[in-house]
Design a protein around this ligand. Sequence first.
Ligand SMILES: [Zn+2]
Length: 353
Amino acid sequence: MNQMTHPYASERTMPDPDACWDAFLRRDRGVDGQFVGVVLTTGIYCKPSCAARHPKRENMIFLPDPAAARAAGFRACLRCRPDEVGRDRLAVEAAKALIAGAETPPSLDEVAAHAGYAPHHFHRLFKRETGMTPAAYARALRAERLKAALGEENSVTEAIYEAGYNAPSRAYADAERHLGMTPSAWKNGGAGVAIRHALVPTSLGPALVAATEKGLCRISFDEDEADLRRYFPKAELLPADARLDALAKQVSALVDDPAAGADLPVDVRGTAFQQAIWAALCAIPPGETRSYGEIVAAIGKPGAVRAAGTACGDNNLAVLIPCHRVLRSDGGMGGYAYGIERKRALLEREKER
Ligand SMILES: [Zn+2]
């Protein structure tokens, strides 16, 4: 709520009576808390949005705040509760701070409890003050961050939302993480980069897990060191150390429960287009699927279906970047780099959650 846009903002101690009266006639919630109106015939003061019938103009005066009205001997309206406006504003501010500071957006129940209100009441209150529900506010915040991470690709984020993605927060957090990656010098086949790797047993067969010191650079099935050498011909390939082992365990757990998500460091390079596709993949909620057509619509490039397929195929991080959530537009399973059975299994596991 930007108070500076209201004509009353600079006149807090002396509201312009005509503007105040107009605000009462409009029942303008936007200026609640900036002044109160006193009905002289009843001795009761109200906030501008009060639903009560308006008195005659000559029977109403305006004061800067409830304290001034009380000091003059007037009583607060029981219907619009003008004394609570400040408290409501503070509660909404507190909730906004809670949402902004949270790794994953808190639930409505959590936000309401934090603010000291019943959930449904707080939902209404929050929407009234901000114009958005708490969930929409959290999404908007994340969109802003995603946008910043995407740099020049601003339209990508907006398009993801416009396309009707309603992913749980973690999906956006994942997208953010992938977009915020700081790639190693992958040009020249990984020259000057050390990659540790291991084959880790998973419930879908052995997975190759490889990472630089910055993060995971390859997760795949049915591959080994020779394949890794093909992807990174000039990198220095090293055996696993304790850190890689720990990452590999987390990858194995992710295969068991792909819906659980994982906060794993990544180190993959992609063009802006590839990154946009990968972000759109990460924004698909676990347990749901999208078509390539929906993916490219989501990033604002509706003609790029074939390129999107290629970008999915270029995904270096199986399961973690969930290209298994893309189906053919007719609902068919479509392809998967590591076999249709694995794709089916991953999707079934997510659905069971
Ligand atoms: Zn009232």
